[in-house]
Design a protein around this ligand. Structure first.
Ligand code: PNS
Length: 159
C-alpha cells in the first residue's frame, strides 16, 4: 500500500491545501495530513482546532487521515513506516525553504525519505494561510479562500 504524509501548520487550512490533498489522495492509497508545529511560527489556532477544521474539510476523502504530534516529522515517519512527504510549491519564493527542509529531512532519515512536490493549481498560487488571516483580521470576506466553517471560525476569532 502506498502511503504519504502531507505535513504543515494549516493555520488555517485553505483551498490551496485542499487542492494538494485532493490530488495526493488520487496518487497514494493513503494520505496522512500532519498538523504540526513550525517553531518559526506562532499559530493563531491550537493544534486541536487546526485538526478539527481539517477533519471537516477532508470528510469526503476516504483515504485521508488527519493527525497531529509533537516532535520531528522524520521520527513519526520512521515509527509509522512512511517514506514519502508531500509538499505544495506555489512559486519560486517557496523553493529555497522547501529545498532546505526536503534535503535535511532526507539527510537525517539516512536517505530513507523522499519529498514529492506538487505545484499548486494556478488559481491558488497567491494563497497562503497568512494572507487569509490578515484579511480576516480586518473583516474582509475570505470565503473565496477557505471553506465556510473556517471563515466562521476566523470571524469568531477576530470579532
Ligand atoms: O506549513 P509550514 O509551516 O510551512 O510547515 C512546516 C512544517 C510544519 C512541515 C515543519 O516545520 C515541520 O516539519 N515541523 C515538524 C518538526 C520537524 O520535523 N522539523 C524539522 C524540519 S523543518
Amino acid at each position: 500500500m502506498s502511503r504519504a504524509i502531507y505535513p504543515g501548520s494549516f493555520d488555517p487550512v485553505t483551498y490551496g491545501h485542499l487542492d494538494i490533498i485532493k490530488r495526493s489522495a488520487e496518487m497514494f492509497d493513503e494520505v496522512i495530513v500532519g498538523v504540526l508545529n513550525n517553531s518559526a511560527k506562532n499559530p493563531l489556532f491550537s493544534a486541536q482546532e487546526r485538526q478539527e477544521m481539517l477533519r471537516e474539510a477532508v470528510r469526503e476523502f476516504d483515504n485521508v487521515k488527519v493527525i497531529s504530534f509533537e516532535g520531528l516529522l522524520v521520527d513519526y515517519m520512521a515509527k509509522n513506516d512512511i517514506s514519502v512527504i508531500i509538499r505544495g510549491l506555489r512559486a519560486i519564493t517557496d523553493f529555497d525553504y522547501e529545498l532546505q527542509i526536503a534535503q535535511s529531512n532526507r539527510k537525517v532519515s539516512g536517505d530513507s525519505i523522499d519529498t514529492v512536490f506538487l505545484t499548486t493549481s494556478i488559481e491558488y498560487a497567491y494563497l497562503s494561510s497568512s494572507i487569509v488571516k490578515e484579511y480576516a483580521r480586518y473583516g474582509t470576506d475570505v470565503t473565496d479562500f477557505v471553506p465556510g466553517f473556517v471563515e466562521e471560525k476566523l470571524r469568531k476569532h477576530f470579532s
